[in-house]
Design a protein around this ligand. Structure first.
Ligand code: ADP
Ligand code: MG
Length: 258
C-alpha cells in the first residue's frame, strides 16, 4: 500500500512510534508547552532536556493523552494515539507517585499486564512468569512480596520500570528515571534501556543530567516551552543551544557539571 501511495505523489505515511504536531498545552494563561513538532524514531533513545519548568513532563503527559492539549495532534505508529496505548509504556516521575499506597512489589508489576488480563481476567501462570521475569531484568527478583512503600527510591524506580517491561510495549516514555536513585540503580536502568534499544524498541526519557546525556542517548530534544533544537545529542547540545534553553542558569549548570 505504501508504494502505491508514493506513486500517487502523496506523502508517505508517518509510521514513527510517536509524532507530535502543533502541540500547545496550557494550565492557565501562559502555555507550558507551545507549538511543539517532533517525531521520535524507532529504535532510538531520545533524551528530553531543558530547565526546570520547561514543560518536559507536560509534553510527555500530553503525548500520552493524560493531559488535554489546547491544540495539536499526536499519532503513534501512524495511528491515532488511542488505538496504540497497549504499545506505549509510561514510567512517571517517582516524586509524583503516592508511595503510601499499600501494594506488594509483584502487584505493582502485575499492573503492567492489565490490558492482557482485562478487568475480570484471571491471573494465569504465564502472567505471573512475565511479571517475575520483568523483576529479574531490573535486578529485583528477591523483592516480589515486599511493600512498595518500604523500598528505597532506586528500588521503587526499578519496580516501576519492571511494570513497564511487563506490559511488553514497543515505546517507553520515562520521566526522569534517574532522579534520586543510587549509582547502581542508574547503571541497571541504563542497561535495561540499552537492552530495549537492542531489541529495536524506542525509548524517550526526560533527563536532567547534561553530563551523561551523550553517553546514554542517541538523540536529544532541547525544550524550553518551545523546541530549541532536536537531533543527534552532540548537534543539539551546543553552547548556543544550551544558552538559548537555560539562559542565565547556564553558569550554574556548568558548575554542577564540572
Ligand atoms: P518540567 O517537567 O520541564 O520541569 P513541567 O511540565 O512540570 O516542567 O511544568 C511546566 C510549567 O507548567 C511550569 O511552569 C509548571 O509550574 C507548570 N505546571 C506544571 N504542572 C502544572 C499543574 N498541574 N497546574 C498548573 N501549572 C502546572
Ligand atoms: Mg518534570
Amino acid at each position: 500500500m505504501g508504494i502505491e501511495l508514493l506513486r500517487g505523489g502523496a506523502e508517505p505515511p508517518d509510521l514513527n512510534p510517536l509524532t507530535i504536531r502543533g502541540l500547545t498545552v496550557s494550565y492557565g494563561e501562559k502555555p507550558a508547552v507551545f507549538s511543539v513538532d517532533v517525531s521520535f524514531r524507532a529504535g532510538q533513545m531520545t533524551a528530553i532536556i531543558g530547565p526546570n519548568g520547561a514543560g518536559k513532563s507536560t509534553l510527555l503527559k500530553a503525548a500520552l493523552g493524560i493531559l488535554r492539549p489546547l491544540s495539536g495532534r499526536v499519532t503513534a505508529y501512524g495511528r491515532p494515539l488511542g488505538e496504540m496505548r497497549a504499545r506505549i509504556a509510561y514510567v512517571p516521575q517517582r516524586a509524583s507517585v503516592d508511595w503510601e499506597f499499600p501494594a506488594r512489589v509483584i502487584d505493582v508489576v502485575m499492573m503492567g499486564l492489565y490490558r492482557d488480563l482485562g478487568l475480570l481476567g484471571r491471573v494465569r501462570p504465564h502472567h505471573r512468569a512475565r511479571a517475575t521475569e520483568s523483576l529479574a531484568r531490573v535486578g529485583m527478583e528477591g523483592f516480589a512480596a515486599r511493600q512498595i512503600g518500604q523500598l528505597s527510591g532506586g528500588q521503587q524506580q526499578r519496580v516501576f520500570l519492571a511494570r513497564a517491561l511487563a506490559q511488553g510495549a514497543d515505546l517507553y516514555l520515562l520521566d526522569e528515571p534517574f532522579a534520586g536513585v543510587d549509582a547502581a540503580t542508574e547503571r541497571a536502568i541504563v542497561d535495561v534501556l540499552k537492552g530495549l534499544k537492542a531489541e529495536g524498541k524506542t525509548v524517550v526519557a526526560v533527563h536532567h543530567d547534561l553530563t551523561t546525556a551523550p553517553e546514554y542517548f542517541d538523540r536529544a530534544l532541547l525544550l524550553n516551552t518551545s523546541v530549541i533544537a532536536e537531533g543527534p545529542v552532540a548537534e543539539v547540545m551546543t553552547d548556543a543551544n544550551l544558552r538559548a534553553a537555560y539562559g542565565g542558569r547556564l553558569g550554574a549548570m556548568h558548575a554542577a557539571a564540572g
